[in-house]
Design a protein. Structure first.
Length: 240
């Protein structure tokens, strides 16, 4: 029952981000496709696909693209819809973002990190935190989303340098979208789990639903170690 509630909350978020009325479908006839130029499932003029609990929704920028995606979704399973390589076999795709696995956490399932490095809350304008974002590079920093957090930043320091940081951005439907970043040269030491645990605890105490969106396998392992459940995937594609 709790799993159903978690899935319902996750689906409610993505239905709102679709910016047009749409329901998740597990019909053999395919996903529910809605024309929504203002969709937040994907960049402007792209198609956004979200599959949660085996049911899917797709937002598209135009009726023409909608007809194409409706036809494709009637032939592919939900798992295939978020497989970019499989989609490329049946669609002319110019570019793609993802797929990213979507994880969610109920408070009862939270497995906080025990021991490890000390975590502290960074102050506004923390130069060492800014240095971490710069040191990690544009790609890793962008992937982490740390520059966009609206929560406090939780950090681990070594010799006054911030080597790991985590926080979250508040999304609609009281969702906390987690962000974690570890400095190059300090990865593989369990710092991500420790610092993320502090951010997750803060989100739960604020009554928010933690969401973890992951592409790299190490990120998925951290989510699972903290008690998150993988409920689905998200993929955005730009169609020729």
């Amino acid at each position: 029952m709790m799993g159903d509630l978690l899935l319902d909350r996750a689906r409610a978020l993505w239905k709102e981000l679709a910016a047009r009325p749409v329901e998740f479908s597990s019909s053999p006839d395919g996903a529910n496709v809605v024309v929504s130029p203002g969709s937040r499932l994907c960049p402007p003029l792209w198609a956004g696909i979200v599959v949660l609990g085996g049911a899917s929704i797709i937002t598209v920028p135009s009726m023409q693209v909608g007809q194409v995606m409706a036809g494709v979704s009637s032939k592919l399973s939900g798992e295939e819809l978020v497989d970019e390589d499989r989609l490329r076999e049946v669609l002319a795709i110019l570019d793609g973002l993802g797929p990213a696995s979507l994880f969610y956490l109920d408070r009862a399932d939270f497995l906080p990190a025990q021991g490890g490095a000390a975590v502290e809350e960074a102050v506004d304008g923390d130069d060492e935190l800014a240095a971490l974002l710069s040191r990690a590079g544009d790609e890793d920093t962008g992937e982490s989303g740390m520059a966009d957090i609206t929560s406090p930043a939780f950090v681990i320091r070594e010799y006054d340098d911030v080597v790991a940081a985590a926080g979250y951005q508040v999304w609609p439907r009281s969702v906390a979208h987690l962000s974690v970043l570890v400095a190059p040269g300090h990865r593989g030491r369990g710092l991500a789990r420790v610092v993320a645990s502090a951010a997750v605890a803060h989100a739960l105490d604020a009554g928010l639903l933690p969401q973890w969106r992951a592409r790299p396998r190490p990120s998925k392992r951290v989510a699972l170690a903290l008690g998150f459940r993988e409920l689905g995937s998200q993929l955005s594609v730009r169609i020729a």
